[in-house]
Design a protein around this ligand. Structure first.
Ligand SMILES: Nc1nc2c(ncn2[C@@H]2O[C@H](COP(=O)(O)OP(=O)(O)OP(=O)(O)O)[C@@H](O)[C@H]2O)c(=O)[nH]1
Ligand SMILES: [Mg+2]
Length: 277
């Protein structure tokens, strides 16, 4: 925060932090430049803002270019969530992708082995998740040929796994990803990475069952705090209209098998039996 920054500047700064598109960021940055205090001690701030303006102009230009011709790296979203593996070269991105998905990707000790996004599917207890390895991040990534395209894949993902070899690389990565608001976890070899991914996606697994039968597999992925109504809508468009009550087994209920209404909030691993008219 600069000395004597006015309220207008603070507003613009907040707008910058909260905006998610390149266009909005650019507008907010120009606003910051206009309202920033202009004295000797704000030189660093001003040049930082100007640097970011140049960056977002470049990103916007590339974004417009890639909208014209269809990008050669266009990726179709698949599964209940998309996870991107983002890191420096030789930081084990492909090794991690293989460990998560069993996809036979090229793993090698020379740098920049992976040149295009590698896409694979991860099965987490029956829920399908899309995992993408992004080619290695380098300094001034947005200026590289495919940097803006890769950054937009990262920006539209649900979770980033950051891989790096040392603190300098970590700092560089965080600088290059500045402004991207996707939840980020850092991968350390000893962690149970699949459970860690699931915990950070903000999703729950819900099983359905019919009366007198076992729970059905695979489960359904839902956002945290979803209700029985959300589940019913997801299964069939008529189910909410036909709904009488539901029975629940699991963490969201005190007595297993108790009946609940549409507004009941579900928890991870709940089993739901819908009773319809
Ligand atoms: N000791 C050790 N070596 C690893 C580990 N993970 C990967 N490696 C090695 O590091 C080298 C690079 O691994 P990759 O998985 O290809 O790394 P990457 O980040 O995909 O690299 P690029 O695609 O080339 O940017 C390979 O020789 C791997 O065998 C690890 O956890 N421990
Ligand atoms: Mg690789």
């Amino acid at each position: 925060m600069p000395i004597n920054a006015g309220i207008e500047f603070q507003k613009a700064e907040r707008k910058y932090a909260e905006s998610s598109t390149n266009q909005e960021k650019l507008i907010a940055l120009n606003e910051m430049l206009r309202t920033a205090p202009k004295h000797k001690s704000s030189q660093v701030l001003l040049s930082d803002i100007k640097g970011k303006i140049a960056k977002y102009k470049e990103l916007l230009k590339k974004e417009k270019q890639s909208k014209k011709g269809s990008s050669k790296f266009s990726i179709k979203k698949d599964g209940s969530a998309t996870i991107v593996i983002v890191g420096t070269t030789n930081s084990g991105k492909s090794t991690l992708l293989k460990k998560l998905t069993n996809k036979n990707v090229e793993i090698a000790s020379y740098p920049f082995t992976t040149k295009k996004p590698e896409i694979a599917a991860l099965d987490y207890k029956g829920i399908k998740l899309q995992v993408i390895e992004i080619p290695a991040i380098v300094k001034y990534f947005y200026k590289t040929q495919n940097g803006p395209t890769f950054l937009s894949i990262i920006r539209t993902s649900d979770l980033i796994i950051l891989t790096y070899k040392n603190d300098n690389e970590r700092k560089m990565l965080l600088d290059e990803l500045e402004g991207i608001k996707v939840k980020t976890i850092e991968y350390k070899i000893q962690e149970n990475i699949k459970d860690l991914i699931w915990k950070n996606l903000g999703l729950i697994k819900i099983y359905t069952k019919s009366p007198g039968k076992e729970k059905e597999y695979p489960p359904v992925a839902m956002k945290k705090n979803s209700t029985v109504k959300n589940l019913a809508e997801k299964i069939h468009k008529d189910f909410v209209k036909k709904f009488r009550f539901a029975r629940i087994w699991g963490k969201s209920i005190k007595f297993n098998g108790s009946p609940v209404s549409l507004s009941h909030i579900l928890e991870d691993d709940d089993i739901v039996e819908l009773h319809l008219k």
